[in-house]
Design a protein around this ligand. Structure first.
Ligand code: HEC
Length: 142
């Protein structure tokens, strides 16, 4: 009896998992052409920003394999859409951010978002790298 219930439960979960793969939301993984970038003071500043910020704030998003699998795909997609909406290093002129604002979110640890860092340890910046990025951004943007 218990075995049957567990088996039935697993089948339901499996069917649901397959069914949500057909939801169209989050399947668009377009990286639009780059329009404009900040006047980077050095390639190092850009490299740090690319490492820590570009997946959500640029048109050079690296879409990982799980961004093709619901429900993870929905979360990744939402982050990228909302991140690009806020500002994009690839469409900088349209909606530039002040260096002060960028420095603030890097310092307080809210960006990159902590849940993103769990899956992207390479985006984690050391204290020195954070400072280097902040100083670089101060020289690159007003
Ligand atoms: C995993 C995706 C992701 C990454 C990586 C990421 N961001 Fe964000 N960022 C978002 C999203 C989503 C928002 C909009 C919602 C919010 O404010 O949380 C946002 C908002 C912001 C804002 C506006 C916040 C405000 O209070 O006005 C700034 C500034 C920002 N990000 C800077 C950065 C910087 C700098 C980096 C790299 C050091 C970075 N972000 C990395 C997803 C990301």
């Amino acid at each position: 009896m218990v075995k049957k219930v567990i088996l039935y439960g697993l089948v339901v979960v499996l069917v649901l998992f397959v069914a949500i793969q057909f939801v169209p939301y989050g399947r668009d993984h377009t990286n639009p052409p780059i329009v404009s970038e900040p006047a980077w003071d050095s390639p190092e500043t850009r490299a740090l920003a690319k490492r820590a910020c570009f997946d959500c704030h640029s048109y050079e998003t690296v879409w990982p394999w799980y961004s093709h699998v619901a429900p993870a795909s929905w979360l990744v997609y939402k982050d990228v859409v909302e991140g690009r909406d806020e500002f994009s290093f690839s469409n900088w002129a349209e909606q530039p951010k002040r260096a002060r604002k960028l420095a603030e979110v890097i310092t307080d640890g809210s960006m990159p978002p902590p849940q993103y860092l769990l899956l992207h340890p390479e985006a984690r910046l050391s204290a020195e790298e954070k400072q280097q990025l902040i100083t670089g951004l101060q020289k690159s943007v007003p």
